[in-house]
Design a protein around this ligand. Sequence first.
Ligand SMILES: Cc1cc2nc3c(=O)[nH]c(=O)nc-3n(C[C@H](O)[C@H](O)[C@H](O)COP(=O)(O)OP(=O)(O)OC[C@H]3O[C@@H](n4cnc5c(N)ncnc54)[C@H](O)[C@@H]3O)c2cc1C
Ligand code: FES
Ligand code: FES
Length: 1337
Amino acid sequence: MPCPPQSSDELVFFVNGRKVTESNVDPEVTLLAFLRKNLSLTGTKYACGTGSCGACTVMVSEHDPVSKKIRHFSVAACLVPICSLYGAAVTTVEGVGSIKTRIHPVQERIAKSHGTQCGFCTPGMVMSMYTLLRNHPQPSEEQLMEALGGNLCRCTGYRPILESGRTFCTSVSGCPQKGTGKCCLDQTEDDSSPLGDKHDMCTELFAKEEFQPLDPTQELIFPPELLRMAENSEKETLTFYGERVTWISPGTLQDLLELKAKHSEAPLVLGNTSLGPAMKSQGHFYPVLLSPARISELRVVSTTSDGLTIGAGCSLAQVKDVLSESIAQLPGEKTRTYRALLKHLRSLAGQQVRNVATLGGHIVSRHCYSDLNPIFAVGNTTLNLLSEEGTRQIPLDRHFLAGLTQSADLKAQEILESVHLPYSQKWEFVSAFRQAQCHQNALSHVNAGMRVLFKEGTDIIKDLSIAFGGAGPATRIAHKSCQQLLGRRWNEMMVDEACRLLLDEVSLPGSALGGKVEFKRTLLVSFFFKFYLQVLQELKAQLKLLSLPESWDSQPHPDIAERFLSALEDFQVTIPQGVQTYQKVDSHQPLQDPVGRPVMHLSGLKHATGEAIFCDDIPRVDKELFMALVTSTRAHAKIISIDSAEVLALPGVVDVVTAEDIPGTNGSEDEKLLAVDEVLCVGQVICAVVAETDVQAKRAVKKIKITYEDLEPVVFTIEDAIKHNSFLCPEKKLEKGNIEEAFNNVDQIVEGEVHVGGQEHFYMETQRVLVIPKSEDKELDIYVSAQDPAHVQKTVSSTLNIPFNRIACHVKRVGGGFGGKVVRPAALGAIAAVGATKTGHPIRLVLDREDDMLITGGRHPLFGKYKVGFMNNGRIKALDIECYINGGCMLDDSELVTEFLVLKLENAYKIRNLRFRGRACMTNLPSNTAFRGFGFPQGTLMTESCITAVAAKCGLPPEKIREKNMYKTVDKTIYKQAFSPEALIKCWNECLDKSSFRSRRMHVEEFNKRNYWKKRGIAIVPMKFSVGFAATSYHQAAALVHIYTDGSVLVTHGGNELGQGIHTKMLQVASRELRIPMSYMHICETSTVTVPNTIATAASIGADVNGRAVQNACQTLLKRLQPIIKKNPEGIWEDWIEAAFEQRISLSATGYFRGYKAFMNWEEGEGDPFPYYVYGAACSEVEIDCLTGAHKKIRTDIVMDACCSLNPAIDIGQIEGSFIQGMGLYTTEELQYSPEGVLYTRSPDEYKIPTITDVPEQFNVSLLPSSQTPLTIYSSKGLGESGMFLGSSVFFAITDAVAAARRERGLAEDFTVRSPATPEWVRMACADRFTDMVGSH
Ligand SMILES: Cc1cc2nc3c(=O)[nH]c(=O)nc-3n(C[C@H](O)[C@H](O)[C@H](O)COP(=O)(O)OP(=O)(O)OC[C@H]3O[C@@H](n4cnc5c(N)ncnc54)[C@H](O)[C@@H]3O)c2cc1C
Ligand code: FES
Ligand code: FES
C-alpha cells in the first residue's frame, strides 16, 4: 500500500435520480461493474470491456465549471472508473423508461421499428440515442450517425436501428413516397414486372403514427443536490483507498501540482481510455492514481492572436466543437490545420470514447496509431507544461513524440496544462489522411499529417513537414526528407523524389507489429501523392487570384487531368436509405390472425428497457462462486506440471479444478474438456480457478504455473496440414458425368486458387453459464447461453456421471449465437458443473471477450483449387474443385461442415461434369465449429470465383456466364435430388430488374472511363441454399402447450431464442391455430425439463420444425375444445376454457413433428439430404479508392424467396443481418495469428465487424410474392443463414472494380482469389507506380 491506510472520503453521485453514497469504494472498480453488481442494474451490458462496442453505454451528466452548464454525454461504462463520478449523475437504460411504468419514445421506436433481434446491443443503442436527444431533441441525420458510430450490433445489420432514430430527425432524406406503397426506388427498368400485382406489395414494416411523441420536459432533471455541490464545491482533496490502489482527486491546481511532485510515478487519470485498457490487458499497475477531473483550469479554451489554446482536460468531443466553431468564424486560410484535425476527430473511436478521452491524455499517451499527433506535430503545436516549479513550453515535435530526450518530454512532476494550436497562414496547406480496416471506430493502419508552406506567391517549398502514424513504434516525422525538399517546386518531379526519400527514411521492419508492411509503405507514398494533388489544386486556385510570377509562367503547371481528380475526394459517411418490400396478407385473413404480419419481436420492448434477462443478468445466488479458465500458451506441447500452490493461497481463491476432479468422462479421447498430458493449441482449456469474485478468479489464473515441453510438428495453415497429411476425417467426394473426358472437349480451361479467411462469431453476449447444484439427488440447474441445451445436458451428464433426469438446462434467451453456441457451451457448462459439484457451490462462468475469441474458434478458413473447362460462349462443361478447410485441433463439426460444403458447392449452376472433393485439416489452432451457413459461404465463393474467371477469359461480363449456366428447369442436383429452380429464376430476374442492373453496369463503365484513381464495380450473384440437416432425426421437434383456467396459454417448444424471433413466430402459429390473440400467450424459456431431447436450434430450420410441433399441440387442444365451442358458438375463449375444465377435458397437450425425410448416401453419391431450398439474388455496387484500398458501398438490392413469410419484419431482419455479417466475412473481418499460433485479433479493436457506417448507402430488400410449398408450416421458409452468402455480391463488386483498375493499368487478370477483400488486398491489387516504388525499394 503506497499510502497509510486511512478512511476514505465518501463518494457521492446519482444514478437514475437516486443518490449513491459509498464510503468504501474501490478505485479499481468500473462504473459497469458497480451498476451490475452493486446496484443490480443489469440493463447495461458487458460485451468487450475495452470501450469498443457500445454495449455498456450510459449517459453521464455533469456541471461544467467553465460554461456553468449541465453537460450530458454518452460514455462506455466499462472504461469509467467509479471514483471519477464524484458529483455526476448517471442515467442508465433503466432510468430512461420501463415497461412497468412508462417506456420512453426511444425505447418504443427501436423495438417497434424491429431494431432489436437478440437485444444484447439494444440498451447501448438506446442510451446513445437518448443522450443525443437530450442534447438535440430534433437531431440531424448526421448527428444520429455520429451518435451510433461507436455501437456495434451483430444481428440486425443496423438499418432498422437507424430507421427508428430517423423518426426523431428534422429532415429525413428518405423516399418521400415511402409508405404510400409505391416508392421511387421501386421503379424498375421494365415496369411490367412479371411477379404479380404490385398493389399486393407493401413497404411499411411499422406504423409511425402509433409512436408517442418525444416530450423533452419529461426527462430526469440534473439533481439539485449535485448542482448545489458543484456551486459550493469545497476545494478539498478527496481520497479513496482501495485494496491495492489509492485514488486522489485534488480540488485545486496547486494541490494537483503538489501531489504530482509527491507521487511523480502516479499517472493522471482523465478519460481512462488509454490507461484503463493498459491496466486491464497489458498488466500495467499503478498504486496511486491522480484525478484532475475537478480542476477547471485544465478545461479552459482561449484565443490568442496567433491561434487557439485548449485546456488539456477538454474531451476530444469538446475539442471538435471548439475547432468547428473556429472554422465557422475564421477565414479558411487560418483554419487549415483545424480542418485536418476535425476530419480525424470525426472517425476517431466512437462518440462514447470521444466524450471522455481528453486532449492531454491523447497527446501524452503518444500511441503509435494516434490520429491527431501527426497533425499536431506538423501544425507547430506547443505544449504548455506546469509543475510546482512553474510553467514551461515545449514543441510537440519529433523529439517529444519519440520520447527519447528528457528535455523534450514532460518531467515526472509536470503536467500538461494546455495545448497551443497556431493558425495556418496564407501560403500554407495542411492535410490529414488515414486508412483503417473500416471507416468508423477502427484504428488506422497508417495515418498522416502533412503541411507545406510556399514562398509567397510561388510554388517553391519554403517549409515542409510530414508525419506518419502506424508506421513504427511511435509517430514518425520524416524530417530529413522534408529538409531535402526545401526550395523545390511543387511538381511531378518533386513527387517522385519525395516518395523515394520518404520510403528511405520511414523504414518498416518486416516484423513490424500487425504486419502489412508493403501495404503500409504503399500508403505512405499514396498519401503523399494525394497531398500533392490537393495542394496543387488549392495552390493553383490561390495563384490564379494573383498575377503569376515569372518563374511560374515559364513552366506552366498542367491542369490536373479530370480523370485524376477523383484521387482527391474522401468517401463521406452517408445515411443509408432503403426500401423493404413484402407481400401483404390476404385481405380476407382475420385481423386477429398474426401470421404473415410484421409483428414486433416478443422481447423487443424488454430489450429496449434493459428488462430482458440474459444469463449473466440472473441475480447472484446464495454462496455463488466465480470460475475463470486457465488456457494453454503453447500450440503443441506436453504438459510437464501444473503448479497451483501459490494460487490456492491467494485471497478469495477457493479451489482449482483439473481433469482429475472429473467424476465421469473427460470429453472424448480426441476432444478433452480439460487437457491432460498434452495441449494441441494456444487457448485450449487446461484447468479452472474458482474464487469468491470474478476479479479474484481472473487474477489468480495468471498465477497458475504450467511447465511445458514443446512437441513437433506444429501445424497452423492448411498448406502445412496438407504437407503433414494432417486431417480430421476422410475426404468427402461427389462426382457427376465424365470430368476427364469433358476437359478434352472444351475450348478453354482455366485453373485458379481461392483462399477464404475464417470468421469470429462475435455474438455480443460472450459465452456464459451458471450452474446451481441442488441439495438433493445430485440435481443441477444450469442456466446457459446456448443453441443446444440438450447437448449441454448430455455432456454434463457424462462428465459428472449422473443421469440426464437430474440435470435441468434452461435457456431464457441468447445474446447472439450464429452457430458458436451449438457445441461450445456444453464443454463450458460441464467444466463449471465439475466446479459446482466439487465445491458444492453455485458456479458462474462468464468469458471475457479476449478469452471467448481465443478459446471458442469460429468459421473454417478454406483453401481450394479449381479447374474449369468451358466453351468460348461461356458455357461451362466441366468443373473440378478440391478444397480444404482448417478444422483446428479437434473434430467438432468439421466433418459435417465438409459434407455440407461439398453438397452445396454447385450453388445455382447446372454443370454436366463435376467433381467436388473436400477435406478437413487438423491444425494446432482452436477447433473451428458451426457458423451461420455452415461451409456454404466459403464454398460458394469458390464456385462464383470460377464464374468470374471464365468471364474474364471469355471477355464477357460475369452475369452473362451466371445466366448461361444457371439451372432453368426442373432438374436434379449433383447428388440427384430433384428440385424446381423456378423461384431462383424469378429472384434473379427480379433482382436484375429492381436494381436496374443493365443501365447501372453502363454507368459504372462510364464512371471508370472518367476516373483513374477511383473505380466502381457491380456484381450480381444468384443463390440456391439448402435448408436443414442431412438426417431425418435432426428435424424432429416437440412442443408443450398449456391452457390455464383463466384462458392464458403457456407455449413451450424445443427452439431457442437467439434473436431470430423464433418465440414470436411460435406464438403467431399458436395464435392462428387456437384463434386467439397473441396477447393471451406467453413463452417463458426453453428447458430440458419441459421439452426433452431437442435438437440444436440451427440450420435455418428452427421455426419450421418447432412451428409444426406447436401447430400439432394447438390442433390437439382445439379438437378437444370443439364440442364445447359448438355448443356455445357465441361464447368467448374464457367461457370455453372454464367449461372444458368443468368437463374434465385436459387443457395441456404435447405436439410433435417427426421431421422431414432427409438422407445422404456418400458411397453412392446420392440422396435427399435437404427438405427444401431458399433462393435469392443480390446485386451490389461499390466504389474503391485505388490509392488507399478503401471502398464505399453504393447500393445493394436483394430479392429473396421467403415463400409465405411467417413474419416479414423478422425475415427481412434475418436477411439484412446475415447479409451484413456476410459482407463482414468477405471484406473486413480478418483473423491474425502470431507465428506461434497465438490469436492477435482478440477484441473489437483488432477484429472489425461491420459498423453502422458500413451499411450500403441504398439497401433494398424484397421478398418474392408468396408462393405455396406444402412441406413447411404455412408455406414459409427458414431464412436464418442464406443471406450470409449474398454478402459476397459486395466482394465481387470490389473485385470487379479492381479488375477495371488492373485492365486500365495493363495488368493481367489475377485468378487467385482472396477473401476478405480488405483495404490491403484492394490497394496492393491496384498496382501502380507507387506499389512499384515500394517493390523496388
Ligand atoms: C475504443 C477506443 C478506440 C480508439 N480509437 C482511436 C482512434 O481511432 N484513433 C486514435 O488516435 N486514438 C484512438 N483511441 C485512443 C484515444 O484517443 C486515447 O486513448 C485517448 O485520447 C486518451 O485520453 P484519456 O483522457 O482517456 O487518457 P487517460 O487514459 O486518462 O491517460 C492516458 C495517459 O495520459 C497521461 N495524461 C493525461 N492527461 C495528462 C495531463 N494533462 N498531463 C500529463 N499527463 C497526462 C496520463 O498520466 C496517462 O498516462 C481509442 C481509444 C479507445 C478506448
Ligand atoms: S462493454 Fe463497454 S464498450 Fe464494449
Ligand atoms: S440485436 Fe444487436 S447484437 Fe443482437
